[in-house]
Design a protein around this ligand. Structure first.
Ligand code: GLC
Length: 453
């Protein structure tokens, strides 16, 4: 009897852990991020006053530019060629399914018509709520909408300066004994997020940036902030940059739905301590700058972008690819060219990206990557290799192998170099005759769709 009671107590405790504990929270995040994990590819946009300097969005901090020195640029801000409809068309052409744009970057300048400040685009010569236009333009193309919002603010009087590690006025004696009321800033910051969550219809992603040192989690009053956000936008998903309070295991997931590695792709998929998948998104620049940088012509090739996208998807991740429009509001030609090339590939091979994720049991290959969606496996042949590719223990499972872009059937070899198929190896032979080697039809990534029985 005692044992029975003990067992029941244990069962109750365990089931309430499953309901209220980490595994449930992690599974809820997976459910909430379903559309995001299917979308896989998005556009990041960094645009603001700093675009006028042409030296990237950190120019104020790096060059220790004061508010007064920055003001003439604010007074002159006039991106007359700002036309987010064109950007939205370009994103669509590239195969991007969602977008995230800076509503306010670290410099504190707002591209939206905030009632809480005068420091905004409606008060400059352009006189327009640029965020409103952005939302309408991308929504019209069926692209999901995201807002980037900077937690840092180098313009607000109540943001720490002298001792802050990033502020343009760090170490400046003038601010050494300045008294600030950080709660005022928090009120302002929460208020602006409330505006963004209230005035632009359904928002799909809130992308806050970033936490550092003590400026993380509770310091931002993150719990209250997230509660308010969820109240106003129940379906929204958030990155992890509000930070945690040291309570979480996979970096800082306390207040977010997905991890946000920057300028790099993790070696493997991300999972938590309970082995549940963690959604993630690599954000990446096309050159080496987020905001417009006229000196940075270090453009990545379309090949590298496509291979990076495939690399992300093969590990259950997304790619958020950045453009930095110039002061007039034009996306640089070099970026447009790359995105168009990427678009040619995604148009022909999108089925191997959208709704796809890791191919279980088939990790990195020396010739490329696998992705999978249901009973379709996709072999991404990206790196030159001599001879056929092999799949172990797939012999009985494969129905057809076709080139995804045009449906042409790939030949299968019975044996190669003395290894017969019966040894459990299945040879997909891209070269015919088998002992000759030809370049792949798509030099960037030839995708073979392998339909499983
Ligand atoms: C960093 C930078 C910021 C940029 C962001 C994009 O946090 O501070 O300028 O917007 O990365 O991920």
């Amino acid at each position: 009897m005692k044992l029975k009671i003990l067992f029941l107590v244990f069962l109750f405790a365990y089931s309430s852990f499953i309901v209220h504990g980490q595994p449930t929270a992690a599974k809820e995040k997976l459910a909430r991020t379903q559309w995001f994990r299917d979308a896989r590819f998005g556009m990041f946009i960094h645009f603001g006053i700093y675009s006028m300097h042409g030296r990237g969005e950190w120019v104020r901090s790096i060059e220790k530019i004061s508010n007064e020195q920055y003001q003439p640029y604010v007074d002159a801000f006039n991106p007359t060629e700002y036309n987010p409809k064109e950007w939205a068309k370009l994103a669509k052409e590239a195969g991007m399914k969602y977008v995230v744009m800076t509503t306010k970057h670290h410099d504190g300048f707002c591209l939206f018509d905030s009632k809480l400040t005068d420091y905004k685009s409606t008060n400059t010569p352009i006189k327009r709520d640029l965020i409103k236009e952005y939302v309408e333009a991308f929504r019209a193309e069926g692209i999901r909408i995201g807002f980037y919002y900077s937690l840092l603010d180098w313009h607000h009087p109540d943001y720490p300066k002298f001792n802050d590690s990033n502020h343009p006025m760090r170490g400046n004696e003038k601010f050494k004994d300045e008294k600030i009321n950080f709660d005022n800033y928090l009120k302002y910051m929460h208020g602006q997020v409330r505006e963004l969550m209230s005035n632009y219809g359904k928002i799909d992603i809130l992308w806050t940036d970033f936490s550092y040192g003590e400026m993380t989690g509770t310091k931002w009053k993150a719990k209250e902030l997230v509660e308010m956000i969820h109240q106003l936008q129940p379906a929204i998903i958030m990155n992890n940059r509000l930070g945690g309070d040291g309570t979480t295991y996979i970096k800082d997931q306390a207040y977010g739905d997905f991890e946000s590695p920057e300028q790099g792709v993790p070696d493997a998929k991300l999972s938590d301590k309970d082995n549940i998948d963690v959604p993630w998104e690599t954000c990446l620049t096309l050159n080496n700058s987020w905001g417009y940088n006229m000196h940075d012509n270090n453009w990545k090739s379309p090949e590298l972008i496509i291979q990076t996208l495939v690399n992300c998807v093969s590990k259950n991740g997304n790619l958020l690819l950045n453009v930095g429009p110039d002061p007039k509001g034009n996306i640089p030609q070099a970026s447009i060219q790359i995105l168009k090339e990427v678009g040619k590939w995604t148009r022909a091979n999108g089925e191997s990206i959208y709704g796809c994720g890791e191919a279980i049991g088939l990790t990195r290959q020396d010739w490329g990557r696998f992705t999978q969606k249901g009973n379709k496996l996709y072999a991404h042949y990206m790196y030159p290799k001599i001879g056929p590719i092999t799949l172990k223990n797939y012999q009985e499972k494969i129905k057809t192998v076709r080139m995804l872009a045009n449906g042409a059937e790939a030949s299968v070899a019975d044996e190669w170099w003395g290894s017969p198929k019966s040894a459990g190896l299945y040879f997909i032979n891209f070269n015919k005759p088998i002992h000759e080697t030809y370049p792949m039809p798509d030099k960037i990534d030839t995708v073979f769709e392998i339909e499983l029985k």
